[in-house]
Design a binder for this molecule. Structure first.
Ligand code: CUA
Length: 325
């Protein structure tokens, strides 16, 4: 019942370490199950021995064996030394040679595509080199069944990039890059989470990987690389003026306009994303308006200030931003 409830709470986008959707993640899960099985046997053995010890507490010597010294010594050597050495060495070899060789950074030239991810307090900047400048945030599209080289770094503190159903974690470390293979066996959406405490909103620093058929991915990345489509509706046109005249433009970039800020996420195609604030809230008009009015209420400590805009200006901004497909 508990399991049903907790998994039901995860919704459609999987984030289970035990539900791997790639060779890497499946191997990690298999290692985990093996370790759980061994630990369960050891724990069970300890419980049984405690119970026997208790049941025979009135007899002399070691239960069952009595006071036979050589037998006691053998018991200690077999269960206290030999078995632990075999088990720990076995796990060491599997974990540090077999599983690591599967999950390590992909070899040069073995991948079809490179994506750059930059951790920020608190969102993920996602760049697609070689695509005429496609940049997005938090929602990482990749082609399914394709080896993708993900190169990660950080703009501020250490974060950790982790999409459990696809691969292990990698830390994002100032002034250096770490790499990981992203490969999805099937199309689908796989949720991930920053896995290194990075400040107040660490828990609200999620991301998702959307694996899709190649043609769909190609169309998506082409759309993301294009500059913003100039607004046609009057409210959206006014919204762009509001955006450029206020502090929005000094923190956010909207390609195709004079807004070139690099502090917050690129908003060129904001309306193509399904969530806001690193998956904290859904990307709807109501939530976006609430976010613009008081971002510190939604996500205390983030770098976005409340600009004290009039209702008209907020509505125009929302109309504009939601037109950026
Ligand atoms: Cu970024 Cu925790």
């Amino acid at each position: 019942m508990v399991i049903v409830l907790t998994t039901a709470g995860c919704g459609g986008d999987g984030q289970s370490t035990l539900d791997g959707q790639s060779r890497q993640s499946k191997d990690i899960a298999a290692l985990w199950w093996v370790m759980l099985a061994i630990a369960a046997v050891v724990f069970g053995g300890a419980v049984v021995m405690l119970w026997i010890g208790y049941a025979r507490r009135r007899s002399r010597g070691v239960p069952i064996i009595g006071e036979d010294e050589p037998a006691i010594q053998k018991l200690v050597v077999v269960f206290g030394v030999a078995i632990p050495i075999v088990v720990l060495v076995g796990l060491f070899v599997v974990a540090n040679f077999a599983v690591i060789s599967v999950t390590r950074a992909p070899a040069k030239g073995s991948t079809a595509l490179t994506i750059q991810v930059v951790g920020h307090q608190w969102f993920w900047e996602v760049r697609y080199p070689g695509t005429r400048g496609a940049v997005t945030a938090n929602e990482i599209h990749i082609p399914a069944r394709t080896r993708v080289n993900l190169v990660a770094t950080t703009a501020d503190v250490i974060h950790s990039f982790w999409v459990p159903e696809l691969n292990r974690k990698i830390d994002t470390i100032p002034d250096r890059t770490n790499q990981i293979l992203l490969y999805a066996d099937r199309a689908g959406t796989f949720r991930g989470q920053c896995a290194e405490f990075c400040g107040l909103q660490h828990a609200h620093m999620s991301m998702k990987v959307v694996a899709e058929p190649r043609a769909q991915y190609d169309a998506w990345v082409k759309g993301q690389a294009a500059p913003r489509r100039a607004p046609t509706a009057p409210a959206a046109q006014r919204g762009e003026q509001v955006f450029l005249a206020n502090a929005c433009a000094s923190c956010h970039q909207i390609r195709g306009t004079s807004a070139r800020g690099q502090i917050g996420p690129d908003l060129t195609h904001l309306a193509s994303r399904t969530t806001l604030a690193a998956l904290t809230i859904p990307n709807t008009r109501a939530e976006l308006a609430r976010w613009i009015r008081d971002p510190q209420h939604v996500k205390p400590g983030n770098k976005m200030p409340a600009l004290k805009l009039s209702n008209n200006d907020v509505n125009a901004l929302v109309a504009y931003l939601e037109s950026l497909r």
